[in-house]
Design a protein around this ligand. Structure first.
Ligand code: GDP
Length: 325
C-alpha cells in the first residue's frame, strides 16, 4: 500500500485504514518502520488535535465499563472517540489484562468510535512509542477525543500521563484505610479522581472514599496548571451511567482554563521534549547493545554485578569509550 493513499484514507476518517496504519507502526520490521515514519510525516501537516485523556485504574475497578459508558456518552454528543491501551502486563505474563476479554462491545460497534487493544509481546518502551504514534494517527483521522487506558502497573501511569492532556484516575469504593492503596505520585498526576461504583450498596462507601480523596487532594501542593479547586474527586457509576455529564463538564472546564492560560500548549511542548530525550536515551542504549559496544557493555555489566566495579564508574567508562570523554 502506498503511504500517500493510506494517509489520504486516514485523513478521510477511514477506520480500517487507521487500523492498518496502527499495525504498521506496531511492526518492528525495518521496511515497515520506514513506511510508518513516512506516513507520520505525511500526516503531520494535517495539524489536527484531539483531546488526549489518560485513564488509569487497577484491574476490576471498572475501566472497561466506564470507557464504554463514557465513550457512548461522548459519541452521543457527536464526538468521535478513539480508545488505545498501554498494558505493561502483556510483556511480563504474555497475557494481556486489557486486551484478551471481549471488552466494550457496544462501543466497538459505534461508527463514531475506534478501539484498539494493546499490542502484546513488546516491552514498555516499544508499547510507548507505538501508542504515541497511534495517538498521532487517531488525531490525523479526525478523532475528537483519544482515551489512553492503562492498568496501574509499574511505570505505565507515568508513561500515559506524559502523553495525555488530562489524566483520570479511576478508583473503587473501599472501607477503612483506602488511601494507602494509591501512591502519592499517582495522586499528583491525576487531574480528576473518579470514584466508580457509586451505586446500590456501594454508594455509602463510595461517598466516604470520595470525601477521603477530596481531603487528600486538598493537602497536595497547588499546581500551576490548575484553577482553584482542582484536582477534584467525584463519584460516578459506570454501570448506571451516573456522573458522566458532570465528569465531562469538569474535563471541559479544566481544558478551557488551561487553554486560556497557556498551560495546554506548554504541557504539549514539555511532553515533546520529554519524548525526544526518552527516544535519545532508548536509542543510545539500543546502539550500545549492538556490537562492538555490546561486548564492552556485557563485560561492564558483569563487573558491576560481581561488585568489581561501581555502577557510576562503569557507566562513565562506557560513555567515555563510545562518546569520547
Ligand atoms: P476493569 O478491569 O477495570 O476494566 O473493570 P471492568 O469494567 O471489567 O469491571 C469490573 C467489574 O466491576 C465488573 O463486574 C463490572 O460489572 C463491575 N462494575 C464496573 N462498573 C461498575 C459500577 O459503576 N457499579 C457497579 N456496581 N459495578 C461496576
Amino acid at each position: 500500500m502506498q503511504v500517500q493513499s493510506l494517509g489520504d484514507k486516514i485523513l478521510n476518517g477511514d477506520r480500517r485504514a487507521l487500523a492498518r496504519a496502527i499495525t504498521l507502526v506496531e511492526s518492528t520490521r525495518p521496511d515497515h518502520r520506514a513506511q510508518a515514519s513516512d506516513l507520520l510525516e505525511y500526516l503531520a501537516d494535517s495539524n489536527r488535535q484531539a483531546m488526549r485523556i489518560g485513564l488509569s485504574g487497577t484491574p476490576g475497578v471498572g475501566k472497561s465499563t466506564f470507557i464504554e459508558a463514557f465513550g457512548m456518552f461522548l459519541t452521543a454528543q457527536g464526538l468521535r472517540v478513539a480508545v488505545l491501551a498501554v498494558d505493561p502486563s502483556s510483556t511480563r505474563s504474555g497475557g494481556s489484562i486489557l486486551g484478551d476479554k471481549t471488552r466494550m462491545d457496544r462501543l466497538s460497534r459505534d461508527p463514531n468510535a475506534f478501539i484498539r487493544p494493546s499490542p502484546s509481546r513488546s516491552h514498555l518502551g516499544g508499547v510507548t512509542r507505538r501508542t504515541r504514534e497511534a495517538i498521532a494517527l487517531c488525531e490525523a483521522a479526525g478523532f475528537d477525543v483519544v482515551l489512553i487506558e492503562t492498568v496501574g502497573v509499574g511505570q505505565s501511569e507515568t508513561v500515559v500521563s506524559e502523553m495525555s492532556d488530562l489524566f483520570l484516575l479511576l478508583l473503587a469504593p473501599a472501607g477503612g484505610d483506602e488511601l494507602q492503596g494509591v501512591k502519592r505520585g499517582i495522586m499528583e498526576m491525576a487531574d480528576l479522581i473518579l470514584v466508580n461504583k457509586a451505586d446500590g450498596d456501594l454508594k455509602p462507601a463510595a461517598t466516604r472514599t470520595c470525601a477521603d480523596y477530596a481531603g487528600a487532594l486538598r493537602l497536595l501542593r497547588k499546581r500551576p496548571q490548575d484553577p482553584e479547586g482542582y484536582p477534584k474527586a467525584m463519584m460516578v457509576s459506570a454501570i448506571q451511567e451516573h456522573g458522566l455529564t458532570e465528569a465531562w463538564t469538569e474535563i471541559q472546564t479544566l481544558t478551557r482554563w488551561r487553554r486560556e492560560n497557556g498551560h495546554w500548549d506548554s504541557r504539549r511542548r514539555d511532553q515533546a521534549v520529554y519524548w525526544f530525550e526518552e527516544e535519545v536515551r532508548q536509542g543510545l542504549l539500543a546502539r550500545l547493545r549492538q556490537s562492538p559496544a555490546r561486548e564492552a557493555m556485557d563485560g561492564l555489566r558483569q563487573a558491576v554485578a560481581s561488585g568489581q566495579d561501581t555502577p557510576d564508574r562503569a557507566a562513565k567508562r562506557m560513555l567515555d569509550d563510545y562518546l569520547g570523554g
